[in-house]
Every structure is written in structure tokens, then in C-alpha cells.
Design a protein around this ligand. Structure first.
Ligand SMILES: *[C@@H]1O[C@H](CO)[C@@H](O)[C@H](O)[C@H]1NC(C)=O
Ligand SMILES: *[C@@H]1O[C@H](CO)[C@@H](O)[C@H](O)[C@H]1NC(C)=O
Ligand SMILES: *[C@@H]1O[C@H](CO)[C@@H](O)[C@H](O)[C@H]1NC(C)=O
Ligand SMILES: *[C@@H]1O[C@H](CO)[C@@H](O)[C@H](O)[C@H]1NC(C)=O
Ligand SMILES: *[C@@H]1O[C@H](CO)[C@@H](O)[C@H](O)[C@H]1NC(C)=O
Ligand SMILES: *[C@@H]1O[C@H](CO)[C@@H](O)[C@H](O)[C@H]1NC(C)=O
Ligand SMILES: *[C@@H]1O[C@H](CO)[C@@H](O)[C@H](O)[C@H]1NC(C)=O
Length: 678
């Protein structure tokens, strides 16, 4: 009789639960996938005179040195007046109301279209040397920040505003080699930094920005397709140019908040000009999903997510007074009953088979969090990277290739597919290689790139890392733009912190170089592309000593690369003398003759703290000393970098005869140039 009772009980509860679930599923799907709504914004300033725009001062906010010239009908930066010096000024004119430029649910940027006309002219009041820094169209997170003057174009203070999301299209009329400018007449695309991601020499299309004529610009961004299109008209002509000066795909998502402000910024330095904006149109469209402010759908979700794992949150939510509290109450009662019954059966079961209970229990209690690194199947990675298509290829080396990919849960990843050659030489012991990968998966630190998962299938091993938007350090160091000193110094500190963390956890990176250091949106450096190589060493302890030493050595060489803005071995550059081509050699030679300052990347111009650079250079050289001849540990290096007044050990006056990344040269880890270094 007892059993029959229970059976009906379960039958009834199951039915009840099913009906509740059905109800909630219906509610959820209705609110999760409603028809999208277009959020559009349009405004237009045919000119900037008060006569034509009585609401001008409400609609456009002036920051820093800027004004409206009623007579010219222009927004002018800087504010020229009798009693002020217009040199070294920065100003902004911002549309006063925030604009929705991102749908945070789908992470899709809005589409927008903007047209404006501008003219750079001499000040009529007090002209100094002609040629101000330039004008930018900006998308910024707030309406109260003014960037720095001079080469910063009023856009950013590059040194400290690391988390300042911003997008700018610059119309630059001064050449600042320290920021990688090609000439004094270019358009640049700046994503979160004053160093342009792309520059376009507009002399090539017959435009001279500072010729005093009126110029028209059209900027179009297609959010869903992530395509940016820039057109520049011929002087004094409003004709829509048939050919864009720039049309490429650019993902603005990392640089946008849901709501942003749009407008213009400009600046002057020792040279000045008045930046006039004469007219401005702007239209944006983003998609949004209707949100109902009702609580039932939210609680339905909580119930759905937790009903098969835990009871606690369901109980908590039952406290809220809502029209559906009755349903939730019923559900809770049902759950409690179900739990009791389960408990009864498990108890009974345990009496019969005590051993198998454990595994059942842990399975029920510990569902895997969705973001925990896990094993993927080859086909999952294959579909994430469109069958490892050429288009998704990010780069590669002898160890394997990197592909951009999108996992089924929507997260963007970079998938490393190890080459057969690498696996044959280093991965013969698959078990240990996978163990290495899983250990690195568990390491969490702000300066380590999170591993999203791995795959072992057939003869392949793949590792997926979180996708980093600004790419690898080598692209920034050895590419067209020039990273300022403050950024370089921070990169060195970040790398040191990440390595030190690994070493304290008895782990090692084993593949440190500029292409395995990545920069996130705020230019924080994170270590990725771990080596995972096996040494085949006798003991774990010996192995970690060797690997830590090698990491410190490679860190030293990386420091030299960052400061010099040059690769460790330069093959192509003709003007370099033979003895300058090997950076480590060259650095020690310069140390001997006390000319280390010559190594510092001259493209950084005057914006460098030479004293700091010299000290960091010495720390880098210390790291390349042999292990028993004074090579510091990463912990010591972090200490040297943290306190720039702390004295550091003296470098030997003359270069060591030979330098090795680790003491015993035949461990089989020789995969970089350091082994061939004489
Ligand atoms: C929203 O805009 C898109 C593209 O501009 C259009 O195809 C769609 O019909 C619009 N939807 C609504 C509801 O207006
Ligand atoms: C421009 O500068 C003048 C003189 O300093 C000042 O009186 C005026 O308020 C400024 N205009 C704006 C819009 O800030
Ligand atoms: C013109 O600029 C100079 C600086 O170059 C400044 O000293 C002077 O006061 C300015 N004169 C007027 C009339 O604003
Ligand atoms: C820019 O374009 C002009 C005209 O085509 C050319 O003379 C000049 O060398 C270019 N400058 C750079 C830096 O490429
Ligand atoms: C500004 O003045 C300089 C000389 O003072 C002249 O060479 C230049 O053409 C002028 N620019 C404009 C746009 O009037
Ligand atoms: C501006 O001029 C001053 C004095 O003439 C000079 O010291 C300074 O280096 C110049 N700044 C730049 C960025 O050229
Ligand atoms: C700005 O928009 C208005 C209509 O809203 C249009 O008449 C005008 O031609 C546009 N101006 C530009 C420069 O595109």
C-alpha cells in the first residue's frame, strides 16, 4: 500500500511540475524573442548659428576651449578671443544627449551615418605658426571629459585613461611620428587609443585638409555587418564621392557602451589654427528587444534554472509578493516533496548499494558552470572556426596556427591548432601534454589569457583562448603605429606580474615572446599561447627550475624588444650594421660603451622618461645573465619594477662570454634563437 501511495504521489507531482514548466517556458519564449524594435536617432545642424538654431546651447555642449561663432555659423575649436593665447588648447563640442550605439544583449553595434563639413582657418585675432593639430569626430562615454591638447587632439589622455572607451576618426594636420602618423595630411581611425589603427594619406586622393577650403566628410557604419566607410569630398564641393577613402570591416563593439556621446574634438599645440565645423547631420539605428517590466518572467526564469539543481533561490523568490507567488509556492512545495521522495529512495538505495551513491550525489549537486574550461570535440572547434577557413586565420608559426572562432555559446575565441610537427617533437607523451593544458586552464590571473577549452581528437590537439581585441604585442611594437612609453612600461609590468604568478604556482610559460603577449581593450597585457612543452626532465622540481630560468631569460629579451621597438633578430632592415642585427648582442655592446640610450625607440620622441627606460633596460639585461651569474627571479623583477627607486644589482661592466637561457643546454627545450646565441 505504501508503495502505491508513493507512486500516485509522484505521478501527481510530475504532472504538476510539467504544467508549471510549460507555462513558464511559454512566458519566457514570448519575452525572449519578440519582434525587434528599431531605436533611431536623427539630428541635423545646417549651421551653428543661434539664429537658425534657437536651442543650440541646449543641444550642443561645449567643453574646454570651444565656442559658437554666430557670424560664421560655425562651431569653433579653440575659442579665439582677444585676451587668450590659443596655443596648447583642447576643446570639444558634444551633442548633449546620449545615443544608443550598442545593443548589449546581442552585442551588436548600432548603425550610424554622419555627414559634416569643416574648414581649418587662421585666427583673425592672434595667429601664431599656422597648422593646428587637427579635428576628430568622436564617440565617447561621457559629456564632461576633455582630452589633452597638442598631438592628443582633445581625444584622450593616453597615459592614464586606460578604461576610457572611445572611437575617433581623426582629420590630422600635423605629423606626430611618436604616434605613428604617416604625414601631416591624413585621416586616421583610433580605437581606444591615440595611435591610429589605420591611417589614410589623403594627399593620395587630392585633398589637402589645411588648404583653407570647406571639406565634406561622410562616415557610415553598418553595425550588424561591422563595416566602416569613410568618404571625403573634394574641396568646396558637396558632391557625394563615389569612392570611399576607407571601407573595411572594423568591430566597434569593444569600444562602445550601450549609450555614448558623439561630437567633435580638436586641439592646438605650438602651431595653431581654428577648426570650424560648419554643418552636421547624424542618424543612428540600433535594434532593441522590448522589455516588459513585469516580474513574472524573471521569476519564471529563476525557477526554471534552479528547479533541477537547488531549492534555495526558489524559496527566496517565493518571498516576493507577486501575482504568481501562488504558483511558486506550489512549485516549492512540489520540489520539497520531490526532494523528500528522492531522499527516501536514495536512502533506501544506499542501504543496498552504498558505494554507487557518491557519484550520483556529486553529479546532482555540481552542475558544470557554463564558462568553465572544458573539453570540446573536434567538430565543435571546426564549426566554430568555419572548418578552419582561411578567412579566420589569425596567424601561425612552426608550433601551429591560430584561428578566430565563435563557440556555440556565443563567446569569441582564438583557437590554436598545434602542428603535426610540434606534436611529433614535443607531444609524444599526449597524457602529459594534456595534463599541462588542464593545469594552465585552472590558473586565473588578470595578466593571463583565460583558456576556454581544449580538444584531443584523433591526432590533433587544439586549445581555445579567449579572444583579445587588440591582438598581439608584436603587431603594435613592430607595426606602423608607435606605442607611447607609458603603455610600453605598463606592458612590461603586466608581463612580469603574469609570469611571477605562474612561477609562484610552480607553472611556467615556456613560450614567451612578443607574439604570445596580447593586449586587451584597455591595453592591459595578458600572456597567452603557452608553450605546454615537455622537457622530459627527470623530476618535476628540476623541470620547474629550468623552465622558470628560461622564462626569466626570455622576459629579458622581450624587455629589450619593447624598449627598442625592434625584433630580437632583424633580418631585413638594410641600414643596420651586422653587429646591430642581434638585439641582445647589440644591447650588451651598448652597455659596455655606456650608450644604452641609443637602444631606446627614437620614434617615441620626447614623450619618454629616459631615466625609467634606462633602468628597465638594465633589468632586462640582468634577466639575460646566466642563472648562476646573477639572473634574478620573477619575484625580484616585479619588486624592481614596482619601486622605481629601489637600487638594482649592478650589471657586469663587460658582457658575459656566453649567455644561455638555462644552465643545461641539452634539455631539448631549444626552440628560440637564444640557444644559437653565441
Ligand atoms: C528596422 O530597420 C530595419 C533595417 O533598417 C528594417 O529592415 C526593419 O523593417 C525595421 N523594423 C521595424 C519594426 O521598423
Ligand atoms: C571664450 O573665451 C572668452 C574669453 O576668455 C570667454 O569670455 C567666453 O566665455 C568663452 N566662450 C565660451 C563659449 O567658452
Ligand atoms: C597673442 O599671443 C601671444 C602668445 O603668442 C600672447 O602673449 C599675447 O598676449 C596674445 N595677444 C593677444 C592680443 O591676444
Ligand atoms: C602621400 O601621398 C602623396 C601623393 O600621392 C605622396 O606624394 C606622399 O609620399 C604620400 N605620403 C606618405 C607618407 O605615404
Ligand atoms: C594662414 O596663414 C599662413 C601664413 O601666416 C598662410 O601661409 C596660410 O595659407 C594661411 N592659411 C589659411 C587657411 O588661410
Ligand atoms: C613648443 O615651443 C616651445 C618653445 O618654443 C618648445 O620648448 C617646445 O619644445 C615646443 N613644443 C613642441 C611640441 O614642439
Ligand atoms: C542633412 O539632413 C538634411 C535633412 O535632414 C538634408 O536636407 C541635408 O542635405 C543633409 N545635409 C548633409 C550635409 O548631408
Amino acid at each position: 500500500m505504501d508503495f502505491l501511495h508513493c507512486f500516485f504521489c509522484i505521478f501527481w507531482i510530475t504532472n504538476l511540475l510539467a504544467s508549471i514548466n510549460q507555462y513558464h517556458i511559454a512566458v519566457c519564449s514570448a519575452s525572449d524573442f519578440p519582434n525587434p524594435i528599431n531605436v533611431t536617432k536623427h539630428f541635423s545642424f545646417p549651421d551653428f548659428s543661434f539664429t537658425n538654431n534657437p536651442r543650440l546651447v541646449h543641444d550642443v555642449k561645449l567643453l574646454g576651449s570651444a565656442k559658437f561663432s554666430n557670424q560664421k555659423g560655425a562651431l569653433q575649436i579653440p575659442n579665439e578671443s582677444q585676451d587668450t593665447d590659443i596655443r596648447h588648447q583642447a576643446g570639444r563640442g558634444i551633442y548633449s544627449f546620449p545615443i544608443r550605439l550598442l545593443d548589449p544583449n546581442t552585442k551588436t553595434p548600432a548603425s550610424f551615418e554622419t555627414t559634416f563639413s569643416f574648414q581649418f582657418s587662421n585666427s583673425t585675432i592672434n595667429q601664431t605658426d599656422y597648422g593646428g593639430s587637427g579635428l576628430t569626430f568622436i564617440i565617447v562615454p561621457d559629456e564632461f571629459t576633455v582630452g589633452r591638447s597638442g598631438p592628443w587632439l582633445g581625444m584622450l589622455n593616453d597615459a592614464c585613461e586606460n578604461d576610457y572607451k572611445a572611437v575617433a576618426i581623426e582629420f590630422d594636420t600635423r605629423m606626430n611620428p611618436e604616434f605613428g602618423d604617416p604625414n601631416d595630411n591624413h585621416v586616421g581611425i583610433n580605437l581606444g587609443t591615440i595611435v591610429s589603427t589605420k591611417t589614410i594619406n589623403v594627399s593620395g586622393v587630392g585633398v589637402s585638409l589645411k588648404d583653407g577650403f570647406v571639406h565634406h566628410a561622410w562616415i557610415t557604419y553598418d553595425g550588424p555587418n561591422k563595416r566602416l566607410d569613410i568618404r571625403l569630398g573634394l574641396p568646396n564641393q558637396e558632391v557625394y564621392p563615389s569612392k570611399p577613402i576607407f571601407s573595411e570591416s572594423i568591430d566597434l563593439f569593444p569600444y562602445l557602451n550601450e549609450y555614448m556621446f558623439v561630437g567633435f574634438s580638436a586641439s592646438t599645440g605650438n602651431h595653431t589654427q581654428i577648426h570650424n565645423i560648419l554643418s552636421w547631420n547624424f542618424t543612428s539605428t540600433s535594434q532593441a528587444f522590448l522589455r516588459f517590466p513585469s516580474t513574472e518572467t524573471c521569476q519564471g526564469k529563476i525557477l526554471l534554472q534552479n528547479s533541477n539543481t537547488e531549492e534555495e533561490p526558489a524559496k527566496k523568490s517565493s518571498k516576493d509578493k507577486t501575482p504568481h507567488s501562488f504558483l511558486i509556492f506550489v512549485a516549492v512545495v512540489a520540489l520539497v516533496l520531490a526532494a523528500l521522495i528522492a531522499f527516501y529512495f536514495i536512502n533506501k538505495y544506499r542501504r543496498n548499494a552504498a558505494k554507487s551513491k557518491n557519484s550520483l550525489d556529486t553529479e546532482i549537486r555540481r552542475p558544470t558552470p557554463p564558462n568553465k574550461p572544458r573539453r570540446f570535440s573536434f567538430s565543435e572547434f571546426s564549426s566554430a572556426t568555419r572548418s578552419f577557413s582561411e578567412i579566420e586565420l589569425l596567424g601561425g608559426d612552426s608550433r601551429g596556427e591560430y584561428y578566430r572562432g565563435k563557440l556555440s555559446n556565443g563567446s569569441n575565441v582564438a583557437v590554436k591548432r598545434f602542428s603535426a610537427q610540434f606534436l611529433n617533437t614535443h607531444g609524444s607523451d599526449r597524457k602529459r601534454l594534456l595534463k599541462e593544458i588542464k593545469t594552465i586552464c585552472q590558473a586565473r590571473h588578470p595578466n593571463l589569457l583565460p583558456v576556454k577549452g581544449w580538444c584531443q581528437d584523433n591526432n590533433e590537439i587544439l586549445v581555445a583562448y579567449e579572444f583579445v581585441h587588440n591582438g598581439s604585442l608584436d603587431k603594435w611594437l613592430f607595426g606602423a603605429g608607435v606605442l607611447p612609453w607609458t603603455r610600453r612600461f605598463k606592458v612590461i609590468k603586466d608581463v612580469a606580474d603574469g609570469l611571477n604568478f605562474l612561477h609562484t604556482k610552480q607553472l611556467a610559460h615556456k613560450n614567451l615572446k612578443c607574439s604570445s603577449v596580447f593586449l586587451d581593450v584597455s591595453f592591459r597585457a595578458v600572456l597567452g599561447d603557452f608553450g605546454f612543452v615537455l622537457l622530459g626532465a627527470e623530476s618535476k622540481q628540476f623541470e620547474s627550475i629550468v623552465c622558470h630560468g628560461a622564462d626569466v631569460f626570455e622576459f629579458g629579451v622581450l624587455v629589450l624588444e619593447v624598449i627598442a621597438g625592434r625584433r630580437r633578430v632583424e633580418g631585413e632592415i638594410e641600414e643596420l650594421k651586422a653587429e646591430e642585427k642581434n638585439l641582445l648582442d647589440f644591447a650588451w655592446n651598448l652597455h659596455e660603451t655606456n650608450e644604452k640610450a641609443r637602444l631606446v625607440d627614437r620614434r617615441m620622441g620626447a614623450l619618454i622618461n629616459l631615466e625609467h627606460a634606462n633602468r628597465v633596460l638594465e633589468i632586462g639585461l640582468l634577466c639575460t645573465l646566466n642563472e648562476n651569474k646573477g639572473r634574478p627571479s620573477m619575484e625580484e623583477v616585479v619588486g624592481f619594477l614596482l619601486n622605481m627607486d629601489k637600487p638594482i644589482p649592478k650589471l657586469p661592466a663587460t658582457r658575459p662570454v656566453a649567455l644561455f637561457p638555462y644552465n643545461s643546454a641539452n634539455t631539448g627545450l631549444c626552440n628560440t634563437y637564444s640557444c644559437t646565441f653565441k
